[in-house]
Design a protein around this ligand. Sequence first.
Ligand code: AGP
Length: 588
Amino acid sequence: MCGIVGCVAEEPVAEILLEGLKRVEYRGYDSVGMATISGGKFGVRKGVGRVAEVEERLQMSRLPGDAGMAHSRWATHGGVTDQNAHPHASCRESVAVIHNGIIENYVPLKKALSSRGHRFRSETDTEVIAHIIEDEYKRLRDPVKATLAGTKKLKGQYAMAVMFQDRPDVMIGARKDAPLIVGVGDGKMFLASDVLAFIGHTDRTIFLDNLEVVELTKDRVRIFGPQGKEVRRKPTQVAWELSDVSKSDFAHYTLKEINEQPKTVLTASVQDPAKLEAFAKAIRKAKSLYITASGTSYHAGLLMKFRLNKEAKIRVDTVVAGELKEHAGFLGKGSVVVAFSQSGETADVMEAVKEAKKHGARVFSIVNAAGSTLARESDGVLLLNCGPEVGVAATKSFTAQVVVANLVVDAVLGKRRSNGFKELSEAVAETLKCDEQIRDLVYEYSSRPDFYFVARGYESPVAMEGALKLKELSYIHAEGMPASELKHGTLALIEKGTPVVVLNPSGSLHADTLSNAEELRARGADVIGVSDVKDEVYRHFVRVPKVQPKFAPIVESIPLQLLAYHMSVAKRNDPDYPRNLAKSVTVK
Ligand code: AGP
């Protein structure tokens, strides 16, 4: 959600900011804006639309000035209008701000400010920040002190960049429960919600802690704790490169990321044995154990639960992150919560982690973004090592999560080594060859209003993941469920020609799943089998290579991801940026 990019440099920054804005587009947004300072005045250009559209209309990149900030807004408070887009300036235009998060007490703050003569131009919660800091700056005459004092009045979450009209050399950043990262360049310093915003300029980053405030000038970064005391912190190097965030020859990031999986299942499998063992030990010793995550990551968590229950005989529940609070009765000292998150910034996951910690539980996480809030607040972390994922739909991060989850379960089971990743990588490459066949399916079924995905046992979460992927990319209604559940209600929805994808690898559940496929066919469904064994019940059959059962969800996911992607393209949607969704869901 909302993206922040700020830069103070020894050269004009508008082009740099525009490039940064494009790199945070994937976070999801409805409007964009930019502010720079030149000649002692703010220049602000902002409006509703995609970065390219607003740039064409308003020429943000022509704004003069060596310091500036840009923002992509995902509306929460106040409609999607030009006026509500960020940046927001105070009434005297002495302070401008961009913000990611929600100011929960903005209504009383706005009332109090209005009664003191402040005039508001937008309906946003953010605008109060500019007015509050303006007052504090008048009193304190110091950008850091004014921001610290101002933020103390705010309740809620924020990551913000603040600029002062009479201090064009300085930009201030502040954060609480929302990500804000500093990029340390040569002669230019950055503030961003994501390293991708500045990765082409520097790979040296500083992750700010909650309630810290940072002051950037073109050649210096100073960090201050909540009481105004300076904190010393060295930059760390991020492993991601600029080439990781290009589309290469692919039409979309999503397609590129799907095709990267033969490589990413391998990179995900390279984990520090000591970290794995610490993770496994915590799981073995946990008095109570939960896995928590949202969306696709939740499906990876369900797969981990299955193996822990069945093979390790460990009792564990996988709970959607936004609901973990409701299970707090089972959390206490000695509990362990395993959190899955690609971004490491999902608000629901962070809330769940906060709740778990409040009850004395330890948190172990499986995360893609090193340095993310979740990674930093966990007692143990395993990284996915699958590179940045730009497409809003999680693809390679899901299969990487399944790889890492399997490594953890193997470690819990006392297996010193997990192997077979080379064969897995080859099997994923082989499966990707089904692309043409999937396009044919899309051609046949793109006008169907509903799709169903069913499976049994370990594959059930994959059915749910297939449905989620199709919904978010194609906007077709889809449901994924255990095949055994069909007869308890959903079968009533099956009509002649309803497409039902049946995931059915060879193994102990194969025959039962085939019976369900028969039941579906008998009611007119077009059964699309995804398996290593063909059967005449399938109207269409997508062969996937036979792999170790624990890896089957990985190869089965590939045709489902391709189905969702090609369906999206066929329907003329943008697969990288599906409507109403954000890559990193940083609000509750
Ligand atoms: C997946 O395709 C989704 N876009 C979404 O469900 C996502 O997995 C969810 O928001 C969780 O994100 P996270 O892994 O970054 O925490």
